[in-house]
Design a protein around this ligand. Structure first.
Ligand code: NAG
Ligand code: NAG
Length: 506
């Protein structure tokens, strides 16, 4: 839309045969009369539609990313989904073989510092001797996200990390959901994997099965450790890891913007379970992953900060990064105001402060928010800093030396009204600049720091300015109605009455 000039300058005339069938209440016309509706579509009378009127609000919810747009087929690829406690949950991995032939457990022997859990598979049977392994071998399998979609003629890239004190002879296969019919297989034989070893292989699918699984089996006695097992189709969009079919659905919407990575996913019900961008960059094997406790599932964060920026670029959409401002998703009975920097307590599945009687969610006090502000400044530098800047160099190392576009950021998600968002100063309508720095809430700490470092970046507030002007500085404000279509239509003229000066709605 928008670019073609010629069709716009013609005068469009629509002829409507009105009221031939229905009683017409608006205009009194006879059945044989013709009513004319003249639409002046000349360029001079046109009002340009803003480029960013329609776009995508992407959230990692209902597996939109993990198990969805992100093409990784293995679910819980690092065996971390139970957190860093032992035994960790290996679901949806399962074992093949009975107790007399195989035993699996988790330990913390991984070579990856931020995700120490590895799977230890002890094979008790052998190809000779008294305890002979069953014909297909024993091992483990992963059904992916409710079955892997494996398509004939396509190639899938397997990457896994293994360690064993004995030589290994593994059969990697893609099979139907019962493990009976092989769609593809490849053998991995290695004499010395006594240190953690990265193994890569390509699997060509000989058949199609929409409900497949990945099996790792052997008939050799011994102990093998596995970690970070990944299977991805080779044909992702531009090789960037997005499923082609789902990418096309998004692209066909011609989104003007991409707001990411969520929603409440940004915040978490507990801060330790929030999306923190620094945990989602770099080599995928080294990303710790996290439990998205608002929507209740584990993500390995293969779709991380870099990939979201890449997605916006690939879609030709304006990225809007929504970041955590130290505030949690759910408004609970009592808010905590912890005076210690909460980041320290970010570890998994701690029975968080139960003994003190504090049982609801945490929120970072504005006096302790500076590390969070720095984290976001770093995230902006990651996106658009020079390749030789501290964080720009990390982006460059990930294969994108040119800066990404990043012109809009949203300070939190739906946090307006939570105690630490604006703080008391703003609520009392104090507006001088020095006051903004003293007792202000989290919002203004982020606002002033980002404005200072990146004057061109547009800052989006969570507070609704549609019925009265905002009492704090912002370039835009968000308005998030969750309504059925009738209510949406009834709101068609809602913004006719919104304040005309001050920030506009995003
Ligand atoms: C259409 O609108 C333009 C701009 O308002 C005006 O100049 C032009 O005369 C209009 N044309 C007709 C046919 O009314
Ligand atoms: C492995 O693949 C080959 C070639 O497609 C096939 O002949 C063989 O039966 C497969 N082996 C197993 C154990 O599935």
């Amino acid at each position: 839309m928008g670019s073609s000039k010629a069709p716009c300058s013609v005068l469009l005339v629509f002829v409507f045969g009105l009221c031939t069938l229905y009683r017409c209440s608006a205009v009194e016309v006879d059945a044989d009369q013709t009513a004319w509706l003249v639409v002046n579509a000349s360029e001079a009378s046109a009002r340009k539609m803003p480029k960013h009127l329609f776009g995508l609000f992407f959230e990692e919810i209902n597996h939109a990313g993990s198990g969805g747009l992100w093409a990784e087929l293995v679910s819980n690829r690092g065996f971390e989904s139970g957190g860093r406690i032992l035994p960790s949950s290996i679901a949806p991995w399962s074992t093949l073989g009975d107790e007399s032939s195989i035993s699996v457990s988790t330990d913390l022997s991984s070579s990856f510092e931020r995700n120490k859990v590895a799977l230890r598979m002890e094979v008790l049977c052998d190809s000779k001797g008294t305890n002979i392994c069953p014909a297909g071998g024993v091992g483990v399998y992963n059904p992916g996200f409710w079955g892997m979609n494996i398509e004939q003629g396509k190639t899938y890239k397997l990457v896994l990390h293994i360690r064993s004190l004995e030589p290994v002879n593994l059969l990697v296969s893609l099979t139907d959901s019962h493990g009976l019919q092989a769609l593809s297989n490849v053998s991995i034989m290695a004499d010395d994997v006594s240190k953690w070893t990265k193994v890569e292989a390509l699997l060509d699918a000989k058949r199609t099965n929409h409900n497949s699984r990945l099996q790792l089996t052997t008939t050799r006695k011994g102990v093998i450790w596995f970690d970070q097992v990944s299977l991805m189709p080779l044909d992702t969009y531009k090789g960037h890891g997005f499923r082609n079919d789902l990418f096309k659905l998004l692209a066909d919407l011609k989104p003007g913007f991409l707001r990411f990575p969520g929603g409440c996913f940004v915040e978490g019900e507990w801060l330790r379970n929030a999306f923190r961008w620094k945990e989602t960059i770099g080599p995928w094997e080294e990303r710790p992953g996290h439990f998205g406790d608002v929507w209740n599932y584990w993500t390995d964060d293969g779709l991380g900060h870099f990939e979201f920026l890449q997605l916006a670029e690939d879609l030709g959409a304006e990225p809007i990064w929504v970041f955590n401002n130290g505030i949690l998703c759910i408004v609970s009975l009592s808010y905590l105001k912890l005076n210690a920097f909460i980041r320290k307590s970010i570890s998994f599945h701690l029975p968080f402060m139960k003994s003190t009687g504090i049982s609801h969610n945490d929120e970072v006090d504005s006096s302790n928010i500076l590390p969070f502000v720095q984290e976001i400044l770093d995230g902006i530098e990651f996106a658009r800093g020079d390749p030789d800047s501290t964080w720009g160099s990390v982006r460059a190392a990930m294969g994108h030396p040119e800066p990404f576009v990043l012109r809009y950021v949203a300070i939190g998600n739906e946090d307006c009204g939570k105690p630490n968002y604006l703080g008391s100063i703003v609520q009392n309508q104090l507006q001088t600049h020095s006051e903004l720095f003293s007792g202000a809430g989290n919002y203004l700490k982020f606002y002033s720091a980002i404005r200072r470092a990146y004057p061109d970046i547009k800052l989006i507030s969570n507070c609704d300015g549609s019925s009265h002007p905002l009492d704090h500085p912002a370039d835009f404000y968000e308005y998030h109605p969750y309504q059925n279509s009738n209510t949406m239509f009834s709101l068609a003229r809602y913004f006719d009455h919104a304040p005309r000066n001050g920030p506009k709605v995003w």
